[in-house]
Design a protein around this ligand. Structure first.
Ligand code: OAD
Length: 232
């Protein structure tokens, strides 16, 4: 079976109704990154940060995977598929994808402020326990925090993602502006002979630099086109 690695970003979930970050009207126009998505911001004002992610989590419970997520999952019938996502939502899993690497953490999980990457500290939240409050404790006694990788923190999953990418027969990028490293750097790990498809309705400046085959469409229509290209 051919191996496909798919790197996804916020545009993948846009058709489910989740805002992207850098498009006009995106999340970073409404909130300052430094306040809500950095480790310094969390130390300065933990309540503001907990509330921001509580809101995101509540919204996630109201949305569903889009057809694009489903098509990504359906690729598993014919290919060995690994999804590497920058998204913190669980829409790939809910659509049925079985191998998903979350580079930037998971909204539906919480962890310790002292040891965020210690697997023994990570707990799953659900509809009955959506919010994290000041005073909620992790197993090690420290303040419970979202299991999110903030700017200024290590990205432990990048190594596994790079290893998978280096074995890809086909590499696909869907709905990311490729502004954030190390995620954007994964492309460099794709073997030179592997075609790289990019699904994004906008022009991406990297087009000229990389050997992208640009499918200039949204996630769902773009996935439909990709499937015809992969199975002529
Ligand atoms: P961005 O908001 O930077 O980029 C979203 C991309 O999706 C853009 O290139 C859009 O053109 C594209 N897009 C919009 N609608 C689409 C659709 N319907 N189908 C396909 N593509 C569409 O989001 P990311 O690149 O994911 O990290 O941002 C990367 C990281 O920056 C995030 O994980 C987050 C953020 O700060 C952290 O918070 C740590």
């Amino acid at each position: 079976m051919k191996k496909i690695v798919i790197l996804t970003g916020a545009g993948m979930s846009a058709e489910s109704g989740i805002s992207t970050f850098r498009d006009s009207g995106g999340l970073w126009e409404q909130h300052r990154v430094e306040d809500v998505a950095t480790i310094e911001g969390y130390i300065r004002n933990p309540k503001l940060v907990l509330d921001f992610y509580n809101q995101r989590r509540r919204q996630l419970l109201t949305v569903k995977p889009c057809r694009g997520h489903e098509l990504v999952a359906e690729l598993e019938k014919n290919f060995d598929v690994t999804v590497v996502t920058q998204n913190v939502d669980d829409l790939h899993e809910r659509a049925g994808s079985t191998k998903v690497i979350h580079l930037h953490g998971e909204l539906m999980k919480a962890t310790s402020s002292n040891n965020p990457n210690d697997p023994r500290q990570i707990v799953t939240l659900d509809a009955d326990h959506v919010d994290i409050h000041i005073g909620d404790k992790a197993a090690d006694g420290s303040q419970l925090r979202p299991f999110i990788v903030w700017f200024g923190e290590a990205v432990p999953e990048i190594e596994r993602a790079a290893e998978e990418t280096s074995k890809a027969d086909v590499f696909v990028v869907i709905g990311t502006s490729l502004n954030v490293y190390p995620a954007a750097g994964l492309i460099q790990f794709a073997p030179p002979e592997a075609p790289i498809y990019l699904i994004d309705p906008k022009d991406v400046p990297w087009n000229s630099v990389h050997r992208f085959r640009h499918i200039k469409k949204g996630a769902t229509e773009g996935m439909e086109e990709l499937i015809t290209l992969l199975n002529p």
